[in-house]
Design a protein around this ligand. Structure first.
Ligand code: AMP
Ligand code: MG
Length: 518
Protein backbone atom coordinates (compact mmCIF):
# COMPACT_ATOMS: atom_id res chain seq x y z
CA UNK A 1 0.00 0.00 0.00
CA UNK A 2 2.86 2.38 0.78
CA UNK A 3 4.99 3.48 -2.17
CA UNK A 4 8.46 2.03 -1.97
CA UNK A 5 10.07 3.10 -5.24
CA UNK A 6 11.50 6.56 -5.87
CA UNK A 7 8.62 8.85 -6.87
CA UNK A 8 8.93 10.04 -10.47
CA UNK A 9 10.61 13.42 -10.64
CA UNK A 10 8.24 16.26 -11.59
CA UNK A 11 9.07 17.77 -14.98
CA UNK A 12 8.73 21.41 -15.96
CA UNK A 13 6.16 22.17 -18.63
CA UNK A 14 5.01 25.19 -20.64
CA UNK A 15 3.43 27.42 -18.08
CA UNK A 16 1.29 30.44 -17.37
CA UNK A 17 3.17 32.78 -19.67
CA UNK A 18 0.89 31.65 -22.46
CA UNK A 19 -2.44 32.64 -20.99
CA UNK A 20 -3.75 36.16 -20.87
CA UNK A 21 -4.22 38.33 -17.79
CA UNK A 22 -7.50 40.09 -18.36
CA UNK A 23 -8.76 43.03 -16.44
CA UNK A 24 -12.16 42.82 -14.81
CA UNK A 25 -14.45 44.56 -17.32
CA UNK A 26 -16.18 47.69 -16.12
CA UNK A 27 -19.93 47.43 -15.85
CA UNK A 28 -22.92 49.12 -14.33
CA UNK A 29 -22.65 48.79 -10.59
CA UNK A 30 -25.69 50.77 -9.52
CA UNK A 31 -27.25 47.96 -7.59
CA UNK A 32 -24.11 46.44 -6.17
CA UNK A 33 -22.73 49.27 -4.10
CA UNK A 34 -24.99 48.19 -1.25
CA UNK A 35 -23.40 44.77 -1.38
CA UNK A 36 -19.96 46.27 -0.81
CA UNK A 37 -20.56 46.44 2.90
CA UNK A 38 -21.98 42.91 3.06
CA UNK A 39 -18.74 41.00 2.87
CA UNK A 40 -15.24 42.23 3.51
CA UNK A 41 -13.54 40.36 0.67
CA UNK A 42 -9.78 40.05 0.91
CA UNK A 43 -7.62 38.88 -1.99
CA UNK A 44 -4.78 37.43 0.06
CA UNK A 45 -4.35 34.41 -2.22
CA UNK A 46 -4.15 36.54 -5.37
CA UNK A 47 -1.66 38.91 -3.75
CA UNK A 48 0.54 36.17 -2.35
CA UNK A 49 0.48 33.95 -5.45
CA UNK A 50 -0.26 36.01 -8.55
CA UNK A 51 1.17 33.27 -10.77
CA UNK A 52 -1.64 30.97 -9.61
CA UNK A 53 -4.47 33.51 -9.82
CA UNK A 54 -5.84 34.88 -13.08
CA UNK A 55 -8.01 37.98 -12.56
CA UNK A 56 -11.33 37.19 -14.17
CA UNK A 57 -14.93 38.37 -13.89
CA UNK A 58 -18.12 36.33 -13.67
CA UNK A 59 -20.35 36.18 -16.72
CA UNK A 60 -23.37 38.49 -16.66
CA UNK A 61 -26.60 36.64 -15.87
CA UNK A 62 -30.07 37.71 -17.03
CA UNK A 63 -32.12 37.00 -13.91
CA UNK A 64 -30.43 35.79 -10.72
CA UNK A 65 -32.95 34.28 -8.30
CA UNK A 66 -32.02 32.83 -4.92
CA UNK A 67 -33.20 29.22 -4.65
CA UNK A 68 -31.63 28.31 -1.34
CA UNK A 69 -29.64 30.27 1.21
CA UNK A 70 -27.73 28.64 4.05
CA UNK A 71 -28.71 30.91 6.92
CA UNK A 72 -26.69 29.16 9.63
CA UNK A 73 -23.58 29.43 7.44
CA UNK A 74 -24.32 33.09 6.66
CA UNK A 75 -24.44 33.66 10.42
CA UNK A 76 -21.05 31.95 10.81
CA UNK A 77 -19.68 34.38 8.26
CA UNK A 78 -21.24 37.30 10.13
CA UNK A 79 -23.49 38.17 7.19
CA UNK A 80 -27.12 39.18 7.59
CA UNK A 81 -29.15 36.63 5.57
CA UNK A 82 -31.74 39.33 4.79
CA UNK A 83 -29.06 41.34 3.00
CA UNK A 84 -28.16 38.35 0.84
CA UNK A 85 -31.81 38.06 -0.17
CA UNK A 86 -31.84 41.56 -1.67
CA UNK A 87 -31.05 41.96 -5.40
CA UNK A 88 -27.63 43.34 -4.50
CA UNK A 89 -26.90 40.46 -2.14
CA UNK A 90 -28.06 37.86 -4.64
CA UNK A 91 -25.99 39.62 -7.30
CA UNK A 92 -22.93 39.19 -5.13
CA UNK A 93 -23.68 35.46 -4.94
CA UNK A 94 -23.35 35.19 -8.74
CA UNK A 95 -20.22 37.31 -8.91
CA UNK A 96 -21.49 40.86 -9.34
CA UNK A 97 -18.90 42.28 -7.03
CA UNK A 98 -18.39 45.90 -6.06
CA UNK A 99 -15.80 47.92 -7.93
CA UNK A 100 -12.33 47.25 -6.63
CA UNK A 101 -12.98 43.63 -5.70
CA UNK A 102 -10.71 41.41 -7.76
CA UNK A 103 -12.09 37.93 -8.43
CA UNK A 104 -9.71 35.31 -9.80
CA UNK A 105 -9.65 31.91 -11.47
CA UNK A 106 -7.17 29.63 -9.72
CA UNK A 107 -4.88 27.41 -11.74
CA UNK A 108 -3.92 23.89 -10.72
CA UNK A 109 -2.90 20.58 -12.25
CA UNK A 110 -4.19 17.17 -11.29
CA UNK A 111 -4.05 13.45 -11.77
CA UNK A 112 -7.46 12.52 -13.17
CA UNK A 113 -8.08 8.78 -12.75
CA UNK A 114 -4.32 8.43 -12.42
CA UNK A 115 -3.43 10.45 -15.53
CA UNK A 116 -1.53 13.68 -15.10
CA UNK A 117 -3.18 16.78 -16.56
CA UNK A 118 -0.67 19.61 -16.44
CA UNK A 119 -3.25 22.37 -16.45
CA UNK A 120 -6.77 22.17 -15.11
CA UNK A 121 -7.78 25.16 -13.01
CA UNK A 122 -11.10 26.86 -12.39
CA UNK A 123 -12.78 26.34 -15.74
CA UNK A 124 -16.18 27.50 -14.53
CA UNK A 125 -15.37 28.82 -11.09
CA UNK A 126 -13.98 31.92 -9.43
CA UNK A 127 -12.53 32.80 -6.09
CA UNK A 128 -14.56 35.77 -4.85
CA UNK A 129 -12.12 36.30 -2.04
CA UNK A 130 -11.46 35.46 1.58
CA UNK A 131 -13.45 36.57 4.60
CA UNK A 132 -12.97 36.26 8.35
CA UNK A 133 -15.76 34.29 9.96
CA UNK A 134 -17.15 35.20 13.37
CA UNK A 135 -14.71 32.75 14.99
CA UNK A 136 -11.82 34.61 13.34
CA UNK A 137 -10.96 31.90 10.81
CA UNK A 138 -10.25 32.72 7.19
CA UNK A 139 -12.73 31.18 4.73
CA UNK A 140 -12.75 31.25 0.93
CA UNK A 141 -15.87 32.33 -0.92
CA UNK A 142 -15.92 30.64 -4.28
CA UNK A 143 -18.40 30.49 -7.15
CA UNK A 144 -19.13 27.48 -9.33
CA UNK A 145 -20.95 27.95 -12.63
CA UNK A 146 -19.91 31.58 -13.05
CA UNK A 147 -18.91 31.35 -16.72
CA UNK A 148 -15.97 30.35 -18.90
CA UNK A 149 -12.46 31.23 -17.80
CA UNK A 150 -9.08 30.73 -19.53
CA UNK A 151 -9.13 27.22 -17.98
CA UNK A 152 -12.50 26.20 -19.44
CA UNK A 153 -11.01 23.98 -22.17
CA UNK A 154 -14.09 22.61 -24.00
CA UNK A 155 -16.52 23.35 -21.19
CA UNK A 156 -19.24 25.98 -21.33
CA UNK A 157 -18.34 27.42 -17.95
CA UNK A 158 -21.85 26.85 -16.67
CA UNK A 159 -23.49 24.73 -14.01
CA UNK A 160 -27.09 23.57 -13.72
CA UNK A 161 -29.45 23.60 -10.79
CA UNK A 162 -29.66 19.88 -9.89
CA UNK A 163 -25.93 19.23 -9.38
CA UNK A 164 -25.45 22.51 -7.49
CA UNK A 165 -28.30 21.59 -5.11
CA UNK A 166 -26.73 18.15 -4.75
CA UNK A 167 -23.50 19.82 -3.60
CA UNK A 168 -25.55 21.90 -1.16
CA UNK A 169 -27.35 18.88 0.34
CA UNK A 170 -24.32 16.60 0.52
CA UNK A 171 -22.07 19.26 2.06
CA UNK A 172 -24.64 20.10 4.74
CA UNK A 173 -25.16 16.41 5.51
CA UNK A 174 -21.41 15.85 5.90
CA UNK A 175 -21.08 18.93 8.08
CA UNK A 176 -23.92 17.80 10.33
CA UNK A 177 -22.20 14.41 10.63
CA UNK A 178 -19.12 16.21 11.90
CA UNK A 179 -17.04 15.48 8.80
CA UNK A 180 -14.75 18.26 7.55
CA UNK A 181 -16.21 19.67 4.35
CA UNK A 182 -16.61 22.68 2.14
CA UNK A 183 -20.18 23.99 2.38
CA UNK A 184 -22.59 25.80 0.12
CA UNK A 185 -23.75 29.24 1.17
CA UNK A 186 -26.26 29.55 -1.64
CA UNK A 187 -27.59 28.31 -4.92
CA UNK A 188 -28.91 30.96 -7.32
CA UNK A 189 -30.57 30.26 -10.66
CA UNK A 190 -29.25 32.53 -13.38
CA UNK A 191 -32.28 32.90 -15.65
CA UNK A 192 -30.45 30.98 -18.39
CA UNK A 193 -31.28 27.59 -19.84
CA UNK A 194 -28.13 25.51 -20.15
CA UNK A 195 -27.86 22.64 -22.64
CA UNK A 196 -27.03 19.33 -20.96
CA UNK A 197 -28.81 16.07 -21.82
CA UNK A 198 -31.68 18.56 -22.23
CA UNK A 199 -32.06 22.26 -21.46
CA UNK A 200 -31.78 22.76 -17.72
CA UNK A 201 -31.93 25.81 -15.47
CA UNK A 202 -28.49 27.37 -15.08
CA UNK A 203 -27.29 27.98 -11.53
CA UNK A 204 -24.35 29.31 -9.54
CA UNK A 205 -23.21 27.79 -6.27
CA UNK A 206 -21.42 29.92 -3.70
CA UNK A 207 -19.07 27.66 -1.78
CA UNK A 208 -17.31 28.30 1.52
CA UNK A 209 -14.03 26.50 2.19
CA UNK A 210 -11.11 26.65 4.60
CA UNK A 211 -9.17 27.18 1.37
CA UNK A 212 -9.12 25.90 -2.20
CA UNK A 213 -5.51 24.74 -2.05
CA UNK A 214 -5.31 21.26 -3.53
CA UNK A 215 -2.69 18.60 -4.09
CA UNK A 216 -3.03 19.63 -7.74
CA UNK A 217 -2.11 23.22 -6.86
CA UNK A 218 1.24 21.95 -5.57
CA UNK A 219 1.71 19.68 -8.57
CA UNK A 220 1.23 22.69 -10.85
CA UNK A 221 3.66 24.90 -8.91
CA UNK A 222 6.28 22.13 -8.79
CA UNK A 223 5.96 21.46 -12.51
CA UNK A 224 6.75 25.07 -13.40
CA UNK A 225 10.25 24.47 -12.07
CA UNK A 226 9.98 27.83 -10.30
CA UNK A 227 11.40 27.06 -6.85
CA UNK A 228 10.30 30.40 -5.42
CA UNK A 229 6.69 29.83 -6.51
CA UNK A 230 6.59 26.43 -4.87
CA UNK A 231 8.08 27.83 -1.69
CA UNK A 232 5.63 30.76 -1.63
CA UNK A 233 2.72 28.37 -2.11
CA UNK A 234 3.90 26.11 0.69
CA UNK A 235 4.44 29.08 3.00
CA UNK A 236 0.96 30.36 2.14
CA UNK A 237 -0.56 26.96 2.96
CA UNK A 238 1.38 26.80 6.21
CA UNK A 239 0.24 30.26 7.26
CA UNK A 240 -3.34 29.35 6.50
CA UNK A 241 -3.59 25.79 7.79
CA UNK A 242 -0.66 25.24 10.13
CA UNK A 243 0.17 28.65 11.59
CA UNK A 244 2.15 26.97 14.37
CA UNK A 245 4.77 26.00 11.76
CA UNK A 246 5.36 29.51 10.37
CA UNK A 247 9.10 30.17 10.25
CA UNK A 248 10.05 26.71 11.58
CA UNK A 249 13.12 25.28 9.81
CA UNK A 250 11.38 21.94 9.17
CA UNK A 251 8.04 23.50 8.23
CA UNK A 252 7.69 21.79 4.84
CA UNK A 253 8.05 18.40 6.42
CA UNK A 254 5.52 19.56 9.01
CA UNK A 255 3.15 20.57 6.21
CA UNK A 256 3.44 17.14 4.61
CA UNK A 257 2.79 15.49 7.97
CA UNK A 258 -0.18 17.76 8.65
CA UNK A 259 -1.81 17.02 5.30
CA UNK A 260 -1.19 13.27 5.61
CA UNK A 261 -2.80 13.27 9.06
CA UNK A 262 -5.78 15.41 8.00
CA UNK A 263 -6.48 13.26 4.96
CA UNK A 264 -6.09 10.00 6.93
CA UNK A 265 -8.61 11.26 9.48
CA UNK A 266 -10.94 12.47 6.74
CA UNK A 267 -11.04 9.24 4.76
CA UNK A 268 -11.60 7.28 7.98
CA UNK A 269 -14.69 9.42 8.57
CA UNK A 270 -15.90 8.76 5.02
CA UNK A 271 -15.50 5.03 5.49
CA UNK A 272 -17.32 4.98 8.83
CA UNK A 273 -20.33 6.73 7.41
CA UNK A 274 -20.36 4.89 4.06
CA UNK A 275 -19.53 7.87 1.85
CA UNK A 276 -18.17 7.30 -1.65
CA UNK A 277 -16.61 10.44 -3.13
CA UNK A 278 -16.48 9.15 -6.68
CA UNK A 279 -13.78 11.43 -8.19
CA UNK A 280 -10.81 11.42 -5.85
CA UNK A 281 -8.50 13.05 -8.37
CA UNK A 282 -5.60 15.04 -6.93
CA UNK A 283 -7.32 18.29 -7.90
CA UNK A 284 -10.16 17.22 -5.61
CA UNK A 285 -7.87 16.47 -2.65
CA UNK A 286 -7.54 19.46 -0.34
CA UNK A 287 -4.61 20.60 1.74
CA UNK A 288 -7.08 21.62 4.49
CA UNK A 289 -8.46 18.09 4.87
CA UNK A 290 -11.96 19.16 3.90
CA UNK A 291 -14.12 17.10 1.56
CA UNK A 292 -14.51 18.99 -1.72
CA UNK A 293 -16.36 18.70 -5.04
CA UNK A 294 -19.53 16.70 -4.61
CA UNK A 295 -20.01 15.30 -8.10
CA UNK A 296 -20.87 11.65 -8.67
CA UNK A 297 -20.73 10.89 -4.95
CA UNK A 298 -23.16 8.80 -2.93
CA UNK A 299 -23.71 7.10 0.42
CA UNK A 300 -23.86 3.32 0.58
CA UNK A 301 -27.21 1.68 1.04
CA UNK A 302 -26.23 -2.02 1.23
CA UNK A 303 -22.68 -2.47 2.51
CA UNK A 304 -20.33 -3.29 -0.36
CA UNK A 305 -16.60 -2.52 -0.55
CA UNK A 306 -16.80 -2.61 -4.38
CA UNK A 307 -19.59 -0.01 -4.56
CA UNK A 308 -19.06 2.52 -7.37
CA UNK A 309 -21.68 5.11 -8.25
CA UNK A 310 -19.92 7.19 -10.89
CA UNK A 311 -20.77 6.47 -14.51
CA UNK A 312 -17.21 7.32 -15.55
CA UNK A 313 -15.34 5.14 -13.03
CA UNK A 314 -15.14 2.08 -15.28
CA UNK A 315 -12.36 0.33 -13.40
CA UNK A 316 -13.62 0.98 -9.88
CA UNK A 317 -10.53 3.05 -9.06
CA UNK A 318 -12.57 5.13 -6.60
CA UNK A 319 -14.77 2.31 -5.26
CA UNK A 320 -15.83 2.62 -1.61
CA UNK A 321 -13.25 0.14 -0.33
CA UNK A 322 -10.41 1.66 -2.40
CA UNK A 323 -10.69 5.12 -0.94
CA UNK A 324 -7.98 4.89 1.75
CA UNK A 325 -5.45 3.60 -0.82
CA UNK A 326 -6.44 6.30 -3.28
CA UNK A 327 -5.99 9.06 -0.71
CA UNK A 328 -2.52 7.67 0.02
CA UNK A 329 -1.75 7.62 -3.71
CA UNK A 330 -2.77 11.28 -3.90
CA UNK A 331 -0.63 12.09 -0.87
CA UNK A 332 2.35 10.50 -2.60
CA UNK A 333 1.81 12.97 -5.47
CA UNK A 334 1.74 15.77 -2.87
CA UNK A 335 5.00 14.52 -1.36
CA UNK A 336 6.57 14.44 -4.83
CA UNK A 337 5.63 18.05 -5.41
CA UNK A 338 7.24 19.00 -2.10
CA UNK A 339 10.52 17.16 -2.80
CA UNK A 340 12.48 20.29 -3.83
CA UNK A 341 11.52 21.96 -0.55
CA UNK A 342 12.23 18.87 1.54
CA UNK A 343 15.60 18.53 -0.16
CA UNK A 344 16.51 22.11 0.66
CA UNK A 345 16.43 21.12 4.31
CA UNK A 346 18.94 18.29 3.91
CA UNK A 347 22.71 18.48 4.13
CA UNK A 348 23.16 17.22 0.58
CA UNK A 349 20.75 19.77 -0.94
CA UNK A 350 21.19 20.24 -4.68
CA UNK A 351 22.81 16.86 -5.27
CA UNK A 352 21.43 13.42 -6.13
CA UNK A 353 22.05 12.46 -2.55
CA UNK A 354 19.86 15.40 -1.55
CA UNK A 355 17.04 14.07 -3.68
CA UNK A 356 17.45 10.61 -2.19
CA UNK A 357 17.38 12.07 1.30
CA UNK A 358 14.19 14.01 0.50
CA UNK A 359 12.53 10.90 -0.95
CA UNK A 360 13.48 9.00 2.18
CA UNK A 361 11.97 11.47 4.62
CA UNK A 362 8.85 11.87 2.47
CA UNK A 363 8.41 8.09 2.31
CA UNK A 364 8.72 7.88 6.06
CA UNK A 365 5.90 10.41 6.48
CA UNK A 366 3.74 8.55 3.95
CA UNK A 367 4.33 5.37 5.94
CA UNK A 368 2.61 7.08 8.83
CA UNK A 369 -0.64 7.22 6.86
CA UNK A 370 -1.73 3.60 7.31
CA UNK A 371 -1.43 3.46 11.11
CA UNK A 372 -3.03 6.89 11.47
CA UNK A 373 -5.94 5.86 9.26
CA UNK A 374 -6.36 2.51 10.96
CA UNK A 375 -6.37 4.01 14.45
CA UNK A 376 -9.01 6.60 13.46
CA UNK A 377 -11.13 3.96 11.76
CA UNK A 378 -10.85 1.45 14.63
CA UNK A 379 -11.77 4.09 17.21
CA UNK A 380 -14.75 5.19 15.14
CA UNK A 381 -15.92 1.63 14.58
CA UNK A 382 -15.68 0.89 18.31
CA UNK A 383 -17.96 3.89 18.97
CA UNK A 384 -20.40 2.74 16.31
CA UNK A 385 -20.58 -0.69 17.97
CA UNK A 386 -20.91 0.70 21.50
CA UNK A 387 -17.55 -0.72 22.61
CA UNK A 388 -15.09 0.96 24.95
CA UNK A 389 -12.08 -0.31 23.02
CA UNK A 390 -11.53 -1.21 19.35
CA UNK A 391 -11.91 -4.85 18.33
CA UNK A 392 -10.79 -4.90 14.69
CA UNK A 393 -11.53 -8.62 14.24
CA UNK A 394 -15.09 -8.21 15.50
CA UNK A 395 -15.60 -5.24 13.17
CA UNK A 396 -14.16 -7.05 10.17
CA UNK A 397 -16.37 -10.08 10.77
CA UNK A 398 -19.43 -7.84 10.99
CA UNK A 399 -18.61 -6.13 7.69
CA UNK A 400 -18.26 -9.52 6.04
CA UNK A 401 -21.74 -10.44 7.27
CA UNK A 402 -23.24 -7.13 6.12
CA UNK A 403 -21.64 -7.62 2.72
CA UNK A 404 -22.69 -11.26 2.32
CA UNK A 405 -26.32 -10.50 3.16
CA UNK A 406 -26.45 -7.05 1.54
CA UNK A 407 -27.54 -5.37 4.76
CA UNK A 408 -28.12 -1.62 4.77
CA UNK A 409 -25.02 0.03 6.24
CA UNK A 410 -26.60 3.04 7.96
CA UNK A 411 -29.74 1.17 9.01
CA UNK A 412 -27.77 -1.62 10.67
CA UNK A 413 -26.09 0.46 13.36
CA UNK A 414 -29.31 2.13 14.51
CA UNK A 415 -31.04 -1.25 14.52
CA UNK A 416 -28.17 -2.63 16.59
CA UNK A 417 -28.72 -0.09 19.36
CA UNK A 418 -32.49 -0.60 19.16
CA UNK A 419 -32.10 -4.39 19.49
CA UNK A 420 -33.74 -5.11 16.12
CA UNK A 421 -30.64 -5.77 13.99
CA UNK A 422 -31.34 -9.49 13.57
CA UNK A 423 -34.41 -8.62 11.47
CA UNK A 424 -32.11 -7.22 8.76
CA UNK A 425 -30.52 -10.62 8.07
CA UNK A 426 -32.13 -13.31 5.95
CA UNK A 427 -29.83 -15.91 7.49
CA UNK A 428 -29.85 -15.00 11.18
CA UNK A 429 -27.62 -17.66 12.71
CA UNK A 430 -24.25 -16.12 11.79
CA UNK A 431 -25.47 -12.75 13.02
CA UNK A 432 -26.58 -14.25 16.35
CA UNK A 433 -23.13 -15.77 16.81
CA UNK A 434 -21.50 -12.43 16.07
CA UNK A 435 -23.93 -10.59 18.38
CA UNK A 436 -23.06 -12.91 21.25
CA UNK A 437 -19.36 -12.07 20.82
CA UNK A 438 -20.17 -8.37 20.92
CA UNK A 439 -22.50 -8.78 23.88
CA UNK A 440 -19.69 -10.21 25.96
CA UNK A 441 -17.67 -7.03 25.39
CA UNK A 442 -20.39 -4.50 26.19
CA UNK A 443 -20.33 -2.35 29.32
CA UNK A 444 -23.07 -3.18 31.86
CA UNK A 445 -25.15 -0.04 31.41
CA UNK A 446 -26.89 -1.02 28.17
CA UNK A 447 -29.11 2.08 28.09
CA UNK A 448 -26.02 4.30 28.17
CA UNK A 449 -24.45 2.20 25.39
CA UNK A 450 -27.52 2.68 23.18
CA UNK A 451 -27.56 6.43 23.81
CA UNK A 452 -23.85 6.74 22.98
CA UNK A 453 -24.29 4.70 19.78
CA UNK A 454 -27.22 6.81 18.65
CA UNK A 455 -25.06 9.91 19.00
CA UNK A 456 -22.57 8.60 16.41
CA UNK A 457 -24.75 6.48 14.12
CA UNK A 458 -27.04 8.60 11.94
CA UNK A 459 -30.68 7.90 11.16
CA UNK A 460 -30.51 10.27 8.20
CA UNK A 461 -27.97 10.25 5.44
CA UNK A 462 -28.77 11.78 2.05
CA UNK A 463 -30.21 8.62 0.51
CA UNK A 464 -29.58 8.63 -3.22
CA UNK A 465 -33.18 8.08 -4.27
CA UNK A 466 -34.37 10.85 -1.95
CA UNK A 467 -31.71 13.25 -3.22
CA UNK A 468 -32.80 12.56 -6.81
CA UNK A 469 -36.46 13.12 -5.92
CA UNK A 470 -35.68 16.43 -4.23
CA UNK A 471 -33.49 17.67 -7.09
CA UNK A 472 -36.05 16.68 -9.73
CA UNK A 473 -38.81 18.50 -7.86
CA UNK A 474 -36.64 21.61 -7.40
CA UNK A 475 -35.70 21.61 -11.08
CA UNK A 476 -39.43 21.50 -11.86
CA UNK A 477 -39.97 24.48 -9.53
CA UNK A 478 -40.97 22.82 -6.24
CA UNK A 479 -38.34 23.23 -3.49
CA UNK A 480 -40.55 21.65 -0.78
CA UNK A 481 -38.91 18.19 -0.90
CA UNK A 482 -35.45 19.82 -0.95
CA UNK A 483 -36.11 21.75 2.25
CA UNK A 484 -37.53 18.65 3.90
CA UNK A 485 -34.45 16.65 2.92
CA UNK A 486 -32.11 19.38 4.17
CA UNK A 487 -34.06 19.39 7.45
CA UNK A 488 -33.52 15.61 7.80
CA UNK A 489 -29.83 15.47 6.90
CA UNK A 490 -28.89 18.50 8.99
CA UNK A 491 -30.29 16.69 12.07
CA UNK A 492 -28.87 13.29 11.21
CA UNK A 493 -29.06 11.71 14.65
CA UNK A 494 -32.68 12.68 15.38
CA UNK A 495 -35.28 10.00 14.84
CA UNK A 496 -38.17 12.19 13.73
CA UNK A 497 -41.57 10.55 13.14
CA UNK A 498 -42.41 13.14 10.45
CA UNK A 499 -39.31 12.25 8.42
CA UNK A 500 -39.16 8.43 8.65
CA UNK A 501 -39.91 8.09 4.93
CA UNK A 502 -36.53 9.72 4.22
CA UNK A 503 -34.54 7.39 6.46
CA UNK A 504 -34.54 4.00 4.76
CA UNK A 505 -33.01 2.54 1.61
CA UNK A 506 -35.08 2.28 -1.57
CA UNK A 507 -37.53 -0.61 -1.86
CA UNK A 508 -36.10 -1.83 -5.14
CA UNK A 509 -32.39 -2.40 -5.29
CA UNK A 510 -31.68 -0.92 -8.73
CA UNK A 511 -27.99 0.04 -8.77
CA UNK A 512 -27.64 3.78 -8.39
CA UNK A 513 -25.45 5.66 -10.87
CA UNK A 514 -24.59 9.34 -10.90
CA UNK A 515 -23.45 11.01 -14.06
CA UNK A 516 -20.76 13.58 -14.44
CA UNK A 517 -23.03 15.92 -16.40
CA UNK A 518 -22.51 18.60 -13.80
P1 AMP B 1 -14.46 18.62 -11.48
O1 AMP B 1 -14.72 17.27 -12.08
O2 AMP B 1 -15.70 19.39 -11.17
O3 AMP B 1 -13.51 18.57 -10.35
O4 AMP B 1 -13.76 19.47 -12.65
C1 AMP B 1 -12.57 19.10 -13.29
C2 AMP B 1 -12.10 20.22 -14.17
O5 AMP B 1 -13.03 20.47 -15.23
C3 AMP B 1 -11.93 21.55 -13.49
O6 AMP B 1 -10.82 22.16 -14.09
C4 AMP B 1 -13.22 22.27 -13.82
O7 AMP B 1 -13.07 23.66 -13.74
C5 AMP B 1 -13.46 21.82 -15.24
N1 AMP B 1 -14.90 21.88 -15.64
C6 AMP B 1 -15.89 21.04 -15.24
N2 AMP B 1 -17.06 21.40 -15.82
C7 AMP B 1 -16.81 22.49 -16.59
C8 AMP B 1 -17.62 23.33 -17.44
N3 AMP B 1 -18.92 23.11 -17.62
N4 AMP B 1 -17.00 24.35 -18.06
C9 AMP B 1 -15.68 24.58 -17.90
N5 AMP B 1 -14.89 23.83 -17.12
C10 AMP B 1 -15.42 22.79 -16.48
MG1 MG C 1 -12.71 19.66 -8.97
Amino acid sequence: MVPTSTPERPRPHPSHAEHPRLLVPARSLDDVTAAATLLDLDDAFARALPALATPWAAAPFPDPQLVVLNEPLAAELGVDPAALRTPAGTGLLVGRVPEGVRTVAQVYAGHQFGRYQPRLGDGRALLLGEVRDVAGSRRDLHLKGSGRTPYARNGDGKAVLGPMLREYVLGEAMHALGIPTTRALSVVTTGEQVPRERLLPGAVLCRVAASHLRVGTFAYAAATGDAALLRDLADHAIERHHPGLVGAPDRYLGLLRGVVDAQADLVARWMLVGFVHGVMNTDNTTISGETIDYGPCAFLDAYDPAAVFSSIDHTGRYAYGNQPSMVLWNLARFAEALLPLLQAGTEAAGTDAGTDAAVEIATEVLQGFAPRYQAAYDRGMAAKLGLDAPDPALAADLLELLHAQRVDHTGFFRALSAGTARDLFTDRAPFETWAARRDALLPDDRAAVATAMDAVNPVHIPRNHRVEEALDAATAGDTGPLHRLVDAVTHPFDDRPDLTDLAGPPEDATPYITYCGT
